[in-house]
Design a protein around this ligand. Sequence first.
Ligand SMILES: *Cc1c(COP(=O)(O)O)cnc(C)c1O
Length: 362
Amino acid sequence: MKFDRVYNFSAGPAMMPEPVLEEIAAEVLNYRGSGMSVMEMSHRSKVFQQIRDEAEADLRKLMNIPDNYKVLFIQGGGTVQFAMVAMNLMKNGVACYVETGAWSKKAINEAKKYGDVKIVASSKDKNFSYIPDCSDLDIPENADYVYICENETINGTTFFTLPDTKGKVLVADQSSMFLSRPCDVSKYGLIWAGVQKNVGPAGMAVVIIREDLIRDDLPQSVPTYLNYKTHADADSLYNTPNCWAIYCCGKVFKYLLANGGLEAIDALNREKAAILYDFLDQSRFFTGAVEKKDRSLMNVPFVTPSKEQDAEVVAASKAAGFDNLKGHKSVGGLRASIYNAMPKEGVEALVEFLKEYEAEHA
Ligand SMILES: *Cc1c(COP(=O)(O)O)cnc(C)c1O
């Protein structure tokens, strides 16, 4: 790593690809002869319009997004989407949620403000350490959608098989796995992702929504900004957007396209995750916290035999140049987030460190 950067295992905001950061640094004072930074630029200017349009076009190419889906860039990060999804998609006022951890619980609590929420499957019984069977869910006829958090950032689980929604619209929070593997967008009605986990700077969400789900009959009380139609009609330029985040995300989209697209990043992510999981599986000191079949390739929670030792490993790892390995306060232990931009060398170095720690302390 250059510039004395550390291996940052944070769950978000998280690492960005170094070549992307270098490009951004080179353009920060004067973006391509415009005489100004993207931070200083009118969102109505031709230069910015091109940045926005290319970002959307590149994302469409990367994910192979069908023409009948809109791509929206919306401010407010991930959390605003918990409300927006429910406000916009609850037509009958009934929605089904799969409860797999902290982030799906937040989505559930927010949706309850707008209608009836039916929890159709849950892994609460085992502390959210697995993905429940979603092959035969009890979905009411009038349900507006079925909602999943496709990768639970805190608990470290991921859906490798999507639920059978029995023909209902599938909505997925992909925040902590967005662009980490190929995705068949046509299986979803709506995909959203806060971008600070796997793509860019915090403060924005990408929303991919099937056009027929954008409504013009929302109650008057829905704030203008929280109506998907507002953003769809204005190409995400209804008001001043998060120009900086759109610009940075656009760079990451181009970087992924230039490096083999989602198939290539998926192969690399599998390789990285295997290095860490293989180590955890043979270790007699560290233990993975999730059922093997549902283990996230992005967020890897693990524990030592005691809370005290967890804290000791976190402190020692930080001193050795590995940052943010402390588990989320709600679950404890350790967690290594190894998103797209974490180099394979970073995971290898972490495993070497953990191996030596185990040899000396266990
Ligand atoms: C981080 C995260 C969010 C929330 O994102 P904010 O931008 O902080 O609101 C939602 N869902 C998942 C799965 C996340 O990892």
